[in-house]
Design a protein. Structure first.
Length: 187
């Protein structure tokens, strides 16, 4: 009978760890840069980015025509629209870039004239060890067809959310289970 009670307590501990992990997980968001207008010279990208709060794990989806590209660059390249230092670049028209580190991230169109014309964004990703899992979030623009020249930047929630985070709590929970099992075995 005592063994059954110990096993029951182990199951209860496992369920509690699972519930804790699910509660603390946060959904990351996919943002379509520029909203329905997309990554385009005619899009007011500065206004689009202003009301958003980005977090580590979020994904920036750049949708653009073949005359554009997207490059992640250091701050000095962003400020001067100078393409001599590029972190990564893409020109496939449908580029997803995950925000993997907290801090500032800078994106420009490879065409220097487009960059000088305002086709660039600076985003700040919050997150990491010092940020709460459920930080306040901005609205997300979901993937949609491009409307060339449209100034509509009405955000819609993306359906491509992924579960991210909570792994620290899973490890903590696993340690709690191991401790519980060891204490039950020892008694």
């Amino acid at each position: 009978m005592a063994a059954a009670n110990k096993l029951f307590l182990c199951y209860v501990a496992a369920v509690l760890v699972f519930v804790l992990a699910v509660i603390t997980c946060k959904a990351s968001t996919t943002y379509t840069v520029g909203g329905t207008s997309g990554w385009d010279i005619s899009t007011d990208l500065e206004s689009w980015v202003q009301d958003k709060t980005f977090a580590v794990g979020d994904i920036l989806l750049f949708q653009y025509s073949q005359i554009h590209s997207v490059s992640e660059v250091p701050k000095e390249s962003y400020d001067q629209c100078n393409m001599t230092k590029v972190i990564k670049t893409s020109s496939d028209g449908n580029t997803s870039i995950p925000l993997t580190t907290p801090g500032q991230h800078y994106f420009v169109c490879w065409n220097g004239l487009h960059c000088l014309g305002g086709m660039k964004i600076q985003v700040t990703a919050i997150g990491g060890a010092n940020s709460p899992a459920n930080a306040p979030r901005g609205s997300a623009a979901g993937p949609s067809g491009l409307v060339p020249g449209s100034k509509k930047n009405q955000p819609t929630l993306s359906s491509s959310n992924v579960i991210n985070g909570g792994s620290d709590y899973l490890v903590l929970g696993a340690l709690c289970i191991v401790g519980t099992v060891l204490s039950l075995i020892g008694s």
